[in-house]
Write a protein that binds this ligand. Structure first.
Ligand code: DQA
Length: 144
């Protein structure tokens, strides 16, 4: 059994209401439920956390690392494109990390094409909507 953290950054608490043409109509609560159920089906356990604050996200990564988590499914939201500190926390944690974006960031504005996380992630998923999180879970389930 692996412990997997599901971490969402700023504005992702607004899913369902926020730009539904881009991000869909499924709420974060519903997605967290799907991820939790799929983790159980695969024989693993998952914990979910969302924050609009960079430091809170970093603290949670440290906490999960100290608790012996195996993997991290991370949608850093806008911090993807700006946060050296979040990247450093992911590296320091040693967690196997999948970076997930609901939208295809590469088909959007130029500033979304650069990610500070992708270079240190084990895998990157973009543009699959919330099913990207399920794909990330299945990937982590197969990894050792
Ligand atoms: C996002 C893409 C980011 O560029 C944006 O700032 C988000 C959401 C996505 O899931 O597509 O907040 O990470």
């Amino acid at each position: 059994m692996k412990k997997i953290g599901f971490l969402n950054g700023p504005n992702l608490d607004r899913l369902g209401k926020r730009e539904p043409k881009i991000y869909g109509t499924t709420t974060l609560g519903e997605i967290e439920q799907f991820v939790s159920e799929e983790a159980k089906n695969l024989g693993h356990s998952s914990s979910a956390f969302q924050s609009n604050h960079e430091g809170a996200l970093i603290d949670k990564i440290h906490e999960w690392a100290d608790q012996g988590f195996f993997g991290l499914i991370l949608n850093p939201g806008g911090f993807t494109h700006t946060s050296v500190a979040l990247r450093d926390a992911v590296v320091a944690s040693g967690l196997k990390t999948v970076e997930v974006h609901l939208s295809n960031v590469h088909a959007r504005e130029d500033f979304r094409h650069k990610s500070l996380i992708s270079g240190i992630a084990s895998a990157v998923i973009a543009g699959m909507g919330y099913t990207g999180y399920i794909a990330a879970l299945r990937f982590l389930s197969e990894e050792s």
